[in-house]
Design a protein around this ligand. Structure first.
Ligand code: ADP
Ligand code: MG
Length: 570
């Protein structure tokens, strides 16, 4: 896992080198400073030579400027490195999710995917920047400072050996409770998010049941829990930093007293004592850094692991290596012995059906019989368990998915509109469409009235999920998309079922025009809309039970005739 983590540094080698080497120089300068002070006090001051003191001042100024500048580089470019890596990962994951099969989305919560792509990667950038760099610098500073302290005064340095384990123990102990506290907090904020998402997307249901109070009280519970967790985390954090601070002051005091005793006995110079105390302060830095890494590492790596889990889940449906690109299909469809189940829920068994190019075929039958499922298999949203589906005699698994799907258009009951303008939503059918083509599609979908009526015409924002439009208008946008896409095969899955009869009749005209010269599969609820189909297929739990023209099926007096009777009884 670590190896894979480091592989993300590769595209940013230069940035990493710049950041890392600057950080090393900053650390070295930091170590040099107390030595300069000791030399200043013990050698320079007794000389009493102003000009050399001034030149030392200039030298120190240069040292400060350099170190400040390098610190800027480390801060800015280092964080840039981290954010670059985080962005790469996020982009990679989004791309990966786009490639996933339908079955993946059937089994994964939207909120879950969202948190993987956003929250879970928040700490990665920080870890990518601070992890390797700070660890290296901390060890280098620590060893360097300790080594210098040994050369200054061995006796005093030995005290350090006693204090360090206490400090490390204290920090790791506090860290452990801090990790737990932060973990709790992340969990609780995820719950808060989930609650908000739920209530806001379901706000119409909430308000129609006047259940606002109920929602608010549920939210309050989560909100308070989050507050408690966060306060808890800050409490642990404050206790940690206070205790470390106190321990360090105590330690400085011990060094001061014992150091004073050493200077009295002329075992140490005053300048050396001052620089020693400065080194004690420097020692605190690597310890802080390591403790910060100890906090960051589990957080970042937990996110990285979740990232990899999702990244490594291969899409169930992939192109074959030698898959062929198809350009224009006629639209002959043949299902041969098709058997299919969702996970372990068998839906279709040995379905056989041939559809001729240009034919309009209607599927009717009770809900849950598998009509939508049959239609989902044709664009390979799912793969058959056994049997085969061929279009123009070619198995769809031998075609590239992109080219197969470019030949199939689907209009469903729920039209999904994206946040954006009317034009953008229509052009979704063909991103390369010209303005003329879009206008032509609008004309053929009988959408001109809407364009005229909207305040900004084509450029009108049609709101999140198109809530500002009626069902009939949305359906016409879907139809306009199809005119732009212009596929030889068309699937209309209860496209008009949610509309009132009057609107349905109007839309039906657009649909009829759309269906012209295409192989069209219609799933319909109202039998009146499929009267003119070339063939009607009755699907039940037992598979395809009847097949024929409208009037033939009525005459046969079977399932279809029965359905018909029920619908027209009133
Ligand atoms: P129809 O379109 O005829 O109403 P469907 O094809 O939608 O029927 O559904 C057929 C059966 O498959 C139903 O029992 C349904 O519960 C099940 N089903 C549909 N979609 C899924 C899915 N994504 N995951 C699991 N089971 C599903
Ligand atoms: Mg259906």
């Amino acid at each position: 896992m670590i190896k894979r983590f480091f592989s993300y540094y590769k595209p940013h080698k230069k940035l990493f080198t710049l950041d890392f080497s600057s950080a090393i120089v900053v650390a070295l300068l930091e170590l040099a400073f107390p030595l300069a002070v000791s030399w200043y006090i013990d050698e320079l001051l007794p000389e009493g030579n102003w000009s050399s003191i001034l030149s030392v001042g200039v030298g120190l100024l240069l040292l400060y400027v350099t170190s400040t500048f390098l610190q800027y580089i480390v801060n800015y470019w280092g964080h840039k490195l981290g954010i670059n890596i985080e962005t790469d990962m996020r982009g990679q994951l989004f791309t990966h999710v786009q490639r996933q099969s339908f079955s993946f989305f059937d089994n994964t919560k939207t909120g879950h995917i969202m948190s993987r792509i956003t929250n879970d990667l928040f700490d990665i950038g920080e870890l990518a920047h601070h992890g390797p760099e700070d660890l290296f610098i901390a060890i280098m500073t620590f060893v360097g400072a300790f080594w210098i302290m040994l050369t200054i005064n061995v006796k005093l340095a030995i005290i350090v050996i006693f204090i360090v384990p206490i400090l490390v123990w204290l920090i790791t102990y506090c860290n452990r409770s801090m990790n737990k506290a932060w973990g709790q907090m992340y969990g609780d904020i995820a719950d808060v998010n989930a609650r908000v998402e739920d209530s806001v997307s379901g706000v119409r249901v909430v308000q129609s049941f006047t259940n606002e109070e109920y929602e608010i009280s549920r939210f309050t519970v989560n909100n308070r829990r989050f507050r408690k967790a966060k306060i808890g985390a800050y409490k642990v954090m404050s206790i940690t930093s206070s205790s470390v601070y106190m321990l360090m002051r105590f330690f400085t005091l011990v060094v001061l007293v014992f150091g004073a005793w050493l200077t009295f006995n002329e075992q140490m110079k005053i300048g050396e004592l001052v620089s020693f105390i400065l080194f004690v302060n420097i020692l605190q830095k690597p310890i802080d850094k390591i403790s910060a890494i100890l906090e960051l590492y589990p957080k970042g790596m937990a996110g990285f692991k979740r990232f990899l889990d999702l990244l490594d889940s291969e899409p169930k449906i992939l192109d074959r290596k030698d898959a062929i690109e198809i350009n224009s299909l006629n639209g002959d469809i043949a299902l041969a012995d098709v058997t299919f189940s969702y996970d372990s829920n068998p839906v279709l068994t040995n379905i056989n059906l041939s559809i001729n190019a240009g034919e309009t075929i209607a599927f009717v039958g009770p809900s849950g019989a598998g009509k939508t499922t049959i239609c989902s298999l044709i664009p390979r949203f799912y793969d058959v368990n056994s049997g085969s589906i061929k279009i123009d005699g070619i198995d769809i698994r031998d075609m590239t998915m992109k080219s197969l799907r470019s030949q199939i258009g689907i209009v469903q009951q729920d039209v999904f509109l994206f946040t954006g303008t009317l034009k953008e939503n229509i052009a979704y059918g063909n991103l390369n469409a010209t303005d003329e083509e879009i206008h032509e599609a609008v004309r053929r979908a009988h959408l001109e009235d809407l364009v005229l009526k909207l305040p900004d015409g084509y450029e009108t924002q049609i709101g999140e999920r198109g809530l500002k439009l009626s069902g009939g208008q949305k359906q016409r946008i879907a139809i306009a998309r199809m005119f732009l896409k212009n596929p030889p095969i068309l699937i209309l899955d209860e496209a008009t079922s949610a509309l009132d009869t009057e609107t349905e009749l109007i839309i039906q005209n657009s649909l009829n025009e759309l269906a012209k010269n295409r192989t069209t599969l219609i799933i319909a609820h109202r039998l009146a809309t499929i009267r003119n189909a070339d063939r009607i297929v009755v699907v039940t739990e037992n598979g395809i039970e009847e097949e024929g023209k409208h009037d033939e099926l009525l005459e046969r007096n079977g399932i279809f005739a029965n359905l018909h009777r029920v619908q027209y009884q009133r």
